[in-house]
Design a protein around this ligand. Structure first.
Ligand SMILES: *[C@@H]1O[C@H](CO)[C@@H](O)[C@H](O)[C@H]1NC(C)=O
Ligand SMILES: *[C@@H]1O[C@H](CO)[C@@H](O)[C@H](O)[C@H]1NC(C)=O
Length: 347
């Protein structure tokens, strides 16, 4: 649920799971990779999971991605964006084009829309699949309404004040609405870099007035690109690995794209934290993108991104989007293959 480390977080706030990685043993033997330095608190928290993940490789253990009877996002998806901090139009366009690419089916393969097809394989008990229809419902410029430093709780206050009924500009939409709070590179967030690059949850009626699925993703371009914009920046403990060139020439925003993809996939398959996740503990679910962090192509695992494409400027990508854009986005767990998968997979 979170793009990053969990056990450091108060369980009452967030659902995270390092332990889920230990379950990630499949016939295809992918090992999820997270670029935490070996000496960091984050690494030690995940090291056990990563190591046990290796230990399971090739064994007969499987990930049990289970359905827990709650809804998935089957109505047409309306994404409501809260731009927090300082955003310029060109940065916004990279992100909006990515969102709109999900439902644009005529793109050259491998496309963002084909990547979403794996997410679409998840259904709820009514038999409805996750939607492949995405529109940007409305946008709200929050500027620095709640200061330069956010917390998990103040995020809900920001969302509250972004609603039209509180003088913001976003409608309340509990029928396909997903609220995306995106913070610029100068905004601090509790646990950002140390434990999270993004997370999703739902708002509390006691704070916001409604239960609405939302995600926060921060621009890590200045704060910790080697953690949250990996592989466009590389941690110092990996001296022999070269950073990849970002496809939109914007390390921070290109890094956000994969995290946004991760959170959208999970918000759609587990919007109220009662639908699709692995593990038995709903306060620490392992969701469909958690299992595939750091995997962008065939052969991925153990710090290798897998085989990706290179454009004529030498930038790395694995998906085509609208307006000729290219993106590098992590794979997601396929319930059909019981493996991480993306449309750039090779036989
Ligand atoms: C809906 O999900 C089911 C179960 O995974 C799958 O067989 C079917 O192909 C999906 N439909 C679409 C349109 O993706
Ligand atoms: C919205 O703005 C109006 C006019 O400035 C003000 O009277 C009202 O209290 C505001 N409402 C909220 C919820 O902030």
């Amino acid at each position: 649920m979170i793009f990053a480390l969990l056990s450091l977080l108060a369980p009452s706030y967030i659902l995270v799971d390092g332990r889920g990685l230990a379950l990630a043993a499949t016939a295809r033997s992918f090992s999820p990779f997270r670029p935490w330095p070996k000496d960091s608190a984050k690494y030690s928290a995940t090291a056990a999971a990563l190591e046990s993940s290796k230990a399971f490789e090739g064994s007969s253990d499987y990930v049990h991605m289970k359905y827990h009877m709650g809804p998935v996002l089957s109505p047409k998806m309306h994404v409501y964006i809260v731009w927090y901090g300082a955003w310029d139009a060109s940065d916004k366009a990279i992100i909006k084009d990515f969102l709109l690419s999900i439902s644009t089916h005529k793109l050259e393969a491998p496309s963002v829309a084909k990547w979403w097809r794996t997410v679409r394989l998840y259904t709820d008990q009514t038999g409805h699949n996750i939607t492949d229809s995405v529109i940007i419902g409305a946008e709200h410029d929050a500027h620095y309404s709640h200061g330069h430093s956010l917390t998990r709780m103040s995020v809900q206050q920001v969302l509250k004040s972004a609603l039209a009924e509180n003088n913001g500009s976003l409608p309340v939409n509990s029928h396909g609405g997903l609220y995306l709070l995106l913070s610029s590179e100068d905004v601090l967030m509790q646990e950002f870099c140390r434990a999270v690059c993004g997370f999703h949850y739902f708002t509390f009626p006691s704070i916001v007035g409604y239960t609405l699925p939302y995600a926060w993703v921060g621009n890590s371009g200045k704060q910790c690109p080697e953690v949250c914009a990996y592989p466009f920046a590389i941690p110092s403990y990996m001296p022999h690995t070269q950073p990849m060139k970002p496809p939109n020439a914007n390390r921070g925003v290109d890094g956000m794209i994969s995290v946004i993809g991760h959170e959208l996939a999970e918000m759609s398959s587990n919007p109220l934290i009662n639908a699709w996740y692995a593990g038995t503990d709903p306060t620490a679910p392992t969701e469909i993108a958690d299992l595939c962090e750091g995997m962008y192509g065939t052969g991925a695992g153990g710090g290798y991104t897998g085989s990706v494409l290179t454009d004529d400027k030498g930038a790395s990508y694995n998906l085509n989007g609208i307006h000729g854009r290219k993106y590098l986005v992590q794979w997601v767990w396929s319930p059909v293959l019981s493996a991480c998968f993306g449309p750039n997979a090779q036989d």
